[in-house]
Write a protein that binds this ligand. Structure first.
Ligand SMILES: Cc1ncc(COP(=O)(O)O)c(C=O)c1O
Length: 386
């Protein structure tokens, strides 16, 4: 038995382990579990993208090591996507780096820009990779609570000046996982000027930028000054149901992109070029499928919100990000545990994303309508309603 490093030992415990264990046990006992836990699209990758992959796999030139920051054509398609969707000019040569999924880039980014003891400003509740990436590169996260009364936007005015002075990176993520909140233009402008004032890098996680149901989210990079301080992480995963393919990108400030690319050059050898070739197809010809997907999620959302309201919950309809963040009060672990034990329904306890997530649970809208109806029936039964 070998001992792991202090670095690994210092990572926080996995809070969902107990729920995972119970879920597996119930499944092995033959129970019918309805799983709202996993934020992973259930629908297949659109056919035209799968066909592009088949063609790509047959191209022997894609069988070799991928090229540096990514294939020129894929970087060009990314740049076109930003021009057409966000009215932003991104130079495909100096302002884009292809990633093995945005998670990989987010995790490696602090290696390029943090020194030991540097602070990162991390929203909580959050996607855990921001603070874990910080810890793995020997930095210290300073958490910015996201509260419902502030629209789940951090209160930048309450960050102590000492923390702001020592901070090197601020992470933001909208549409947000897990709260499904959207950022306002005013807030993002405030964040850009805060980062400029304190010399902080703004690392913007836009993984859900294409998952919206009514209003399109504000594009971070389209805001004046964003590229002076910022880098955006984005991905093929959610808009094209491609989570398993592992393809994303970072784009924005050229020096930030170059730093990340240099770290990656020393660690990995890039994304399979047949996948990047399929990514070109996705970005150039996949818009219609994403629109269809939005309709499906919107309809699931409406069904779940209505069902939860009828069951007596104060369910707020999310504007995007395929999550529903429900206030349940009390211990979110106990609530999720009870729902699993008696209802055979898996949800994610909010506290697992950070202390400010306590009192909330997260439903992922990545299951079909029949199963959502079945879940609502079970929840009503548990609450003595029909
Ligand atoms: C907020 C957020 N960012 C990034 C990711 C990573 O996505 P990928 O690595 O598939 O691009 C996820 C995945 O669930 C996420 O929820």
């Amino acid at each position: 038995m070998f001992e792991v490093s202090e670095r690994l030992k210092n990572l926080p415990p996995y809070l969902f382990a107990e729920i995972d264990r119970k879920k597996k046990k119930l499944i092995s006992e033959g129970h019918d579990i309805i799983d709202f836990g996993i934020g992973d699209p259930d629908l297949p990758t659109p056919e035209n993208i799968v066909e592009a992959m088949k063609k790509g796999v047959g191209n022997a030139s894609y069988h070799r090591y991928p090229i540096g920051k990514g294939m020129a054509d894929f970087r060009k398609a990314i740049s076109e996507y930003y021009r057409e969707n966000c009215q932003v000019e991104i130079d495909p040569d100096s302002e884009v780096c292809v990633l093995i999924g945005s998670k990989e880039g987010i995790a490696h980014f602090p290696w390029a820009f943090l020194n030991r003891g540097d602070i990162t400003l991390v929203p909580e509740p959050c996607y855990p990779v921001y603070h874990i990436g910080t810890r793995l590169s020997e930095g210290t996260p300073f958490f910015m609570p996201l509260k419902s009364e502030k629209g789940f936007l951090p209160d930048l005015g309450s960050i102590p000046s000492g923390a702001a002075e020592k901070a090197r990176i601020m992470y933001l993520n909208y549409p947000n996982n897990p709260t499904a909140a959207f950022a306002t233009r005013d807030f993002l402008m405030e964040a850009i000027s805060f980062c400029k004032k304190h010399g902080i890098i703004l690392a913007y996680d836009a993984a859900y930028s294409e998952i919206y149901f009514e209003e399109k989210p504000v594009s971070f990079l389209s805001l004046p000054g964003a590229k002076d301080v910022g880098i955006e992480f984005n991905s093929l995963s959610k808009p094209f149901n491609m989570t398993g393919w592992r393809a994303g990108w970072a784009c924005g400030n050229a020096s930030l992109v170059a730093g990340l690319a240099k770290i990656k050059e020393n660690i990995d050898s890039g994304t399979f070029e047949a996948v990047q070739f399929s990514g070109v197809e996705a970005l150039r010809n996949g818009r219609k499928s994403t629109e269809e997907m939005r309709k499906i999620y919107r309809s699931r959302r409406d069904l779940l919100v209505e069902g939860l309201r009828k069951a007596g919950f104060d369910a707020q309809a999310p504007g995007g990000a395929f999550y529903l963040w429900l206030k349940v009060g009390g211990s979110s672990i106990d609530f999720a545990d009870d729902l699993l034990g008696r209802g055979k329904i898996v949800v994610t306890p909010g506290v697992g994303f950070g202390p400010s997530g306590e009192g909330f649970i997260r439903f992922s809208l990545t299951i079909g309508e029949e199963r959502i109806k079945e879940a609502i029936g079970r929840i009503n039964k548990l609450r003595g309603k029909n």
